[in-house]
Structures are given as structure tokens and as C-alpha cells.
Design a protein around this ligand. Sequence first.
Ligand code: G3H
Ligand code: 13P
Ligand code: ZN
Length: 305
Amino acid sequence: MLVPAIKILKKARAGHYAIPAFNINNLEALKAIMAAAVKLRSPLIVQTSEGAIEYAGLDYLIAMVKVAAKAPVPIALHVDHGKDLKLIKQAIQQGYTSVMFDGSALPLKENIAKTKQVVKWARAKKVSVEAEIGAIAGIEDFVSVAEKDAHLTNPEQAASFVKQTGCDSLAVAIGTAHGAYKFKGETHLDIERLKKIAKLVTIPIVLHGASGVLEDVVKLAEYHGAKLGEARGVLDADIKQAIKHGVSKVNIDTDLRIAFTAGVREAVDQMKDVIDPRKLLQPANELMTEVAVRKIMLFKSEGKA
Ligand code: G3H
Ligand code: 13P
Ligand code: ZN
């Protein structure tokens, strides 16, 4: 069933586990993550960026997820990194059950004012609102946040932001970065900062940029050019710590992209005579499900549906 994100996020925060929030752009990714969620009976957040909405179309995405939501697990349909207020309003009116307003690149006052506006629209439709304070390094949709400008979330400012805006969940910057760029070095999370934030912010906390190639999925790492033994992405141990200390939603896009690309490359290389897209996409679909299964287990949302 389709539910407001806050319904599953509140339970996750209380139960010290996290809801997996996977980015999708097409039917293949949606079916792959749904297979994992149903198999492990995990609640799920299906999220679409502004770029995904531009690519697939709002109506197609809503229709697909409404069909997916017939599965016996709670699902929220969420706008990821919404910056365009018109698009956010449209998503709220047309069936999304959760939206993120990402005002992290705006002056604080403007971020607060616009988040409040989104909260007002969302309340009327029982839609949940995620907001962001602090800048997460890397690429956030169409805007590049230079590393030098990226700043981590200030706990006191975060608490005051939540109070002023009435948002349902809060994305914080504690050292992660979006995209594959983080795979080039070590990503260490500022868990001490998270602990301080979690003391003051009692609503669910969201971790963006949480991909990290799964340690035993050799194929994925190899296709991405990483050698085993090298540091890559966010470490599983850090994710566990983050969840223990208040993170209740973990965003994963890059790992699914790597899985999809690895599967497609392998299929194209090995099935030289095949022209049936269903056969060529099969390994990619299976790898995406495998990634989703492993994330659900890491986030401890298995059996929580
Ligand atoms: O955090 C951003 C997501 O990875 C979405 O990326 O804008 O390329 O769809 P995208
Ligand atoms: P990754 O690029 O680490 O998968 O992060 C995704 C994300 O934060 C989407 O909002
Ligand atoms: Zn993000």
C-alpha cells in the first residue's frame, strides 16, 4: 500500500532501523527493488529526482508506483531533491506521498520560508516533507556543490530549523557525498556530530549519498574500476553506526546505477547474438535486486513491513 513516508519513518526511528530509499528512473529499477522488498518484507521509499521526473514523466512514475503499491509492503513515493516549487506542488496534488524540498543551497532564511510553504501544501494532502540543512558534497541534481563550499550540519541550527519549518524529516550533512565521486577516496562519517544532532532533532534523520560498493559483490566493484581492498564509498560499519544514532532513511542511487551498468555491460559482452531487450536487461535487473536485498539487510528493515 502507498503510505506517507513519515508513517514508516517514525517506526524506523523508534525501532533503530532505517527505511531504504532507492532512486528509480524506469520500470526495471522499480521492479528490481520491489522484488527485494517483497522477498524480505521491508517497507520501502521509492524516490524520483527532478531529473527522473523529466526523463520518465510524472504521470508514468505515479502510475507505475501505484501498481507496485499493490504489493503487501508499505511504500512511499517521494520526490528527491525537489528544488522547483511548481513541480513539488504538482507531485503533492497528483499522488506522491512524500516530497523533499532541498533548499540547502539557499540562504538559511529562504530555505526556512520555502520549506514552510511546502509543509503547508503537503499538510492538506497528508503528504510528508523532508527538508535539508547543510550541504552534501557532490552533484545534487543539476547544481554542483563545490566541495570547498560544502559545510556540515550544525546541530543547534538543525533543531531550530525543524522547529521553525515543521518538516517531518531532516536530511543532514555529516560527511557523505553524492555520486560515484566518493568512490575515489575514503568516506568517513562524523558520527559525533550525528549524535549531537539526534539529541536535539527527534524527527527521523535522513542520510544522503550513502552508496558504498558492497564488499562481497566483486563484479560490481570490478565493473566500476575499483580493486578489492581499496576504500570505496560509505563503509557498511559507518552506515550501521549512523542508523544506531538516529538515521532512519538511507538514500541509495549510485549503487543501483553501478549494478545496472555492470549487468548491461556483461550482457552486451556475452550475448553477442541477442537483440531482445528483455534478455539483455535480465542480468542488470537481477543485480539491482541483489543490491537492494543487501541494503535492506544492512539497514535492518527486513521483516518490518
Ligand atoms: O542525489 C541525487 C540522486 O542521485 C539523483 O540523481 O538527478 O541524476 O537523477 P539524478
Ligand atoms: P548516492 O549517490 O550515494 O547513491 O546517494 C543518493 C542520494 O543521496 C539520493 O538523494
Ligand atoms: Zn541525495
